[in-house]
Design a protein around this ligand. Structure first.
Ligand SMILES: [Zn+2]
Length: 259
């Protein structure tokens, strides 16, 4: 039956078909690499647009709209992002004990005139009691940003995941003291990303954790009027904590293409 298909669907000789597939794969790879380079190569500073930055300046973007400073993931990064079936808390023991969510997701902040875009995880003793404590990846993922962001954020790590249904998910870890991972690193759930900080003394030590059902790299503004693709971190992690343990796994195609 296989010869029937070959004879009736293509004028190519059987030996030409693998060559055509190889040529197509190479051409797609070159196109993807070109797009990636044009997009900044997946490293470096997040572009800054508008005036809003994190918790610091008491201004909102013009007209109160969310600040859409973003960079799409490169084709290569998209291909490499692992699935995070299970999620765990990012700080204060593996069960999240010893953290206090001082400003929960979507709490209205009167000073900023908008809602908080994540959870603020402080030490249960308040003030700087969790300064320097470890921050862990909430799930298997690919580091798509690691380093200094805008002034209000201090150091930031952003991890791209696919959720259990294969949809894009990102976790953002703000106000870090030290950053101990690099952009483009694959990290397993529980990997230490850095330590809790104060964004250079701007706040009492805490971790700003933000979750988004999106795939653009964006430190965001810390406060927003529209929820958009923002997710409730505590609720989302709570739902995924019961999932089975998994091993970190990039896409099979990404693995096949790695030299
Ligand atoms: Zn915050």
């Amino acid at each position: 039956m296989s010869t029937f298909i070959m004879e009736n669907t293509t004028p190519s000789s059987p030996s030409a078909v693998p060559a055509l597939i190889v040529t197509t794969v190479v051409a797609l790879g070159i196109t993807g690499a070109a797009i990636w380079q044009a997009g900044g190569g997946g490293t470096g500073q997040i572009p800054r647009f508008g005036k809003q930055s994190a918790d610091s300046p008491l201004v909102m973007p013009e007209k109160g709209a969310p600040d859409l400073a973003f960079r799409p993931l490169s084709p290569w990064q998209t291909l490499t992002v692992p699935t995070a079936v299970r999620l765990d808390p990012p700080a204060g023991t593996e069960n999240g004990a010893f953290t206090h969510n001082a400003q929960p997701f979507w709490a209205k902040n009167e000073k900023r005139g908008a809602n908080h875009t994540g959870d603020d995880l402080h030490g249960i003793g308040g003030n700087n009691t969790n300064l320097g404590d470890p921050v862990f990846a909430i799930g298997d993922g690919l580091v798509v940003f690691a380093g200094a962001s805008t002034a209000g954020w201090g150091n930031v790590v952003i991890i791209a995941h696919k959720d259990a249904e294969g949809k894009p998910l990102q976790s953002v870890y703000g106000h870090l003291d030290k950053v101990e991972v690099k952009t483009d690193a694959l990290v397993a759930r529980g990997t230490k990303l850095g330590t809790i900080g104060t964004a250079d003394g701007q706040y009492p030590a805490h971790l700003h954790l933000e979750l988004r059902a999106g795939d653009v790299v964006d430190a965001g503004s810390g406060y927003a009027k529209k929820q958009g693709d923002l997710l409730n971190p505590a609720e989302t992690i709570g739902k995924r904590r019961k999932a089975l343990n998994e091993a970190i796994s990039a896409s099979p195609l990404a693995k096949a293409l790695v030299p």
